[in-house]
Design a protein around this ligand. Structure first.
Ligand code: NDP
Length: 315
């Protein structure tokens, strides 16, 4: 049978390019889990994904209720689940004030981490039941949360501290909209959310890999400097960022190439090792990359897991 993969945020950028790379083959059915139904349909059509190879399903990660409804809708479709890709993200680098999810969490961490945390936790059962030869749960990471890299050292740096802001519910009512309890900073909130994504992948691996055989992985797909992620940045940044990445850092990748990379993590038999953070070198060969100290801190991962469970209503 065909494999079935859910990709969140498949309406643009990396998610769409991955949906295209996987949906073109005919060996997989792609469930595009998107907040804007029409945008996703249009995107799938203009990318040329054959109609029989994809379904758009509504998912707004900024609402825990929507995450639960998505899981119900997916289950009612009767499809098995063989791979889940947590890809969607928001990045609000110029925001002066925090904005919040339906449940009152700061929007970047609420969407990128907490929405995906609930989704992945609920769908773990579905992955367990799949009889597909290889089952995978992938959470897209980033270099920017990794302070062991040049890009990760551009201030403001990611830092989850002792998680006091997260414990307080990630809003200004109790403590702070930032995980570490500090002042709101949109760029830092995004980086913090990516550290959460990488910690969550490793905690899934520690808790469930042996028992379930599921492959848990994260990746840095390269700098895809032209995606919608930078839509909220100032115009000058948006003009200069792609050439800077192309000619100075040489970390630039096209959307198409980044989609091929993520598609490898979904289905390539040679990338089946669990607990790995994948990256690609200049000749586009994959390798197991090292995470920063904080992004590989097992104790922090455990605490993040427990606090997140409480916030999304699982504990
Ligand atoms: P895009 O902005 O192009 O794509 C983000 C996607 O997330 C969009 O489809 C967007 O939907 C969706 N999304 C945002 N909020 C929600 C929500 N509340 N519910 C459901 N979907 C939502 O950015 P990229 O393709 O660049 O980013 C994809 C991933 O790649 C992210 O995890 C990002 O951190 C990661 N990444 C990107 C890098 C880059 O250089 N671009 C580098 C490293 C990692 P909509 O279309 O409706 O806006």
């Amino acid at each position: 049978r065909k494999g079935n993969v859910i990709i969140t945020g498949a309406s643009s950028g990396l998610g769409l390019a991955t949906a295209k790379a996987i949906g073109e083959s005919g060996e997989w059915h792609v469930i595009m889990a998107c907040r804007d139904f029409l945008k996703a349909e249009k995107a799938a059509k203009s990318a040329g994904i054959p109609k029989e190879n994809y379904t758009v399903m509504h998912l707004d990660l900024a609402s825990l209720e929507s995450v639960r409804q998505f899981v119900d809708t997916f289950r009612r479709s009767g499809r098995p689940l063989d791979a889940l890709v947590c890809n969607a993200a928001v990045y609000l680098p110029t925001a002066k004030e925090p904005t919040f999810t339906a449940d009152g969490f700061e929007l970047s961490v609420g969407t990128n981490h907490l929405g995906h945390f609930l989704l992945a936790r609920l769908l773990l059962d579905d992955l367990k039941q799949s009889d597909y030869p290889q089952k995978r749960l992938i959470i897209v990471g980033s270099i920017t949360g990794n302070t062991n890299t040049l890009a990760g050292n551009v201030p403001p740096k990611a830092n989850l501290g002792d998680l006091r802001g997260l414990v307080g519910g990630l809003n200004s009512l109790n403590c702070s909209p930032m995980i570490d309890g500090g002042e709101f900073d949109g760029a830092k909130a995004y980086k913090d959310s990516k550290v959460c994504n990488m910690l969550t992948m490793q905690e899934f691996h520690r808790r469930f890999h042996e028992e379930t055989g599921i492959t848990f992985a994260s990746l840095y797909p390269g700098c895809i400097a032209e995606t919608g992620l930078f839509r909220n940045h100032i115009p000058l940044f948006r003009a200069l960022f792609p050439p800077f990445q192309k000619y100075i850092t040489k970390g630039y990748v096209s959307e198409e190439e980044s989609g091929k990379r993520l598609a490898q993590v979904v289905r390539d038999p040679s990338l089946s090792k669990s607990g790995v953070y994948w990256s690609w070198n200049s000749t586009s060969s994959s390798f197991e990359n090292q995470l920063s100290k904080e992004a590989s801190d097992a104790e922090k991962a455990r605490k993040l897991w427990e606090v997140s469970e409480k916030l999304v209503g699982l504990a």
